[in-house]
Design a protein around this ligand. Sequence first.
Ligand code: B12
Ligand code: SF4
Length: 440
Amino acid sequence: MTVLKAGVVPPMRGDCSSLLLALRGISVLGVNPPVFDFAFFDLWARPFGLLCLLQALRERGNDVSLLDGLHEVPEKDRSFGRSVPQSRIIEKPEPYRGVPRHYRHFGLSEEAFCRRLEEMDRPDLILVTSAMTYWYPGVFWSIERLRFRFPDVPILLGGLYARLCPDHASRSGADFIQTEAFPLTSFHPALDLYERPRFGLALTSLGCPGRCSYCASSLLWPRWGLRSLEAVVTEIRAQLAFPEVHDLAFYDDALLADKERHFYPLCRELRRFPDVAFHAPNGLHVCQIDDRCARMLRDSSFRTLRLSFEGRDVTVAAASRGKVHPGQFERALECLRKVGYEDDDLETYLLVGLPGQSVDDIARSIDYVLSLGAKVRLAEFSPIPGTPLFDESCRLVPALAEEPLLHNNSVYVPFVASDLSAGEMQELKDRARRGSRKAV
Ligand code: B12
Ligand code: SF4
């Protein structure tokens, strides 16, 4: 790497995609950092963008390898190919001092991470990815150890945190911060870099036609676009060729948008894989689910559905630009039940803690969803830089602009904004849980 140098202070930032995609014949190490947080649930979470980037580099004649500091040695397996990462309690960083919960390091321990680095040959280039903005401590931690082991190798940092918080990411210790979208044309993840891949990942569309004021989708993908079905099916087929891969998760923001043109033809292709279970852990747009759509989901073996209802109060309706009316939600449940989905399958996301939302508003939405027999999954509001609601939240809590740890969805509502107290949050969770248990 003659253009990118190690140890440059301050780091360069911008778009290095044409430079990266021009590389030939070098060795590249991709790193997914461990996660430091209060909780971590594997909803088919893998470093999808990094894996696609590594595959693209390999196809250009480079030698690629992966250090997945989060998922490499799981503690135990869960259903549908998922796993529980190892974890240990660690000291809380200053902004979390008052939070009465254990803070944990999920993924490879310091010892295991450094041992893996010791065993490796020196790569020519290191690519570090990042996901949630408030997971930056794991990113900084990894870069520090990578720099110690390979002092003269350029380290590039990309992913969601790098794009959403580029100024903050400049302190990560990386040599280059990828702040722009990375123009990949193929989303074929290099799954074979895992010893035992257990599920696949797919992205059939980029972004979302919606503009909810709490969501970063339109910042990350300014133009909503449907990908070529042929390319998507080729990417899916390649992953399902692994002997232990019987599950596949879709990472789309808007899987059902323009369904006649895109999702239905996709479903017809998915039926060619009758032994595979498909999952939609990101919420599905409820307004799109009618009789035909429900049948399509069932006939193409979608097992996990998450329904994005968000809530029925005026605050949610305004922030979501009225994306779901209660009538549409009720219709969706009815259609899904008619084709055989059980109450247990109908998990419904409700947003909790938007500025202006009251406890009563949320309790009413919980009761409403439960009264229809569906399960409730509370999604606590996480303010995301660049979104209209982030700016509004910053007016109330100026420190948000400087400290991404405060974006954490487990912390922001009860401990930072204090719109709802920790006790009120817990009561809402109990209410949702008790009712959901009854609904099963
Ligand atoms: C899939 C997804 C999930 C999945 C799993 C994600 C994962 N891997 O961990 C699930 C369903 C579990 C999930 C959960 C949540 N999510 Co989510 N999720 C997404 C989603 C839709 C896609 C992410 C993705 O993989 N995109 C596709 C890949 C290809 O993109 P990528 O990784 O960015 O990679 C590209 C570039 O960044 C680049 N790149 C990547 N790495 C590198 C490295 C280098 C060196 C370079 C040069 C380039 C590069 O290459 C790629 C090609 O362009 C995003 C929204 C979005 N549109 O991005 C939200 C998003 C990340 N989630 C978000 C939120 C709020 C949540 C939740 C908090 C929701 C809630 N309230 O419960 C939870 C929290 C989860 C937790 N604590 O564990 C927010 C971000 C929040 C934050 N503060 O950071 C987002 C942005 C959505 C939003 N509402 O705006 N999520
Ligand atoms: S929250 Fe969902 S519907 Fe709204 S803009 Fe984001 S992805 Fe689209």
